[in-house]
Design a protein around this ligand. Structure first.
Ligand SMILES: [Zn+2]
Length: 73
């Protein structure tokens, strides 16, 4: 049995990167993109009344319709 391999070998590289960024609160939201001058609009693309922050993406129920299929629900 090789060392250094395990369940992480079965996970898609994009999901690994996403998970790594998520647990470190480093996902690039529109608020962060405004700070870096990559966009001028800090609002959420799906619900323009809210700022695009990580807490908004994972706490507010308006994003469950696209999040649940990613989780296999
Ligand atoms: Zn939103």
């Amino acid at each position: 049995m090789e060392t250094g391999k395990g369940i992480w070998e079965l996970i898609h590289p994009k999901l690994k990167i996403f998970s790594w960024l998520l647990v470190r609160w480093r996902l690039l939201t529109n608020v962060h993109r405004v700070y870096r001058h990559l966009t001028m609009n800090p609002k959420c693309k799906h619900c323009p009344g809210n700022l695009s922050l990580m807490i908004h993406l994972f706490r507010d129920t308006c994003h469950l319709e696209w999040l649940l299929p990613l989780l296999g629900q």
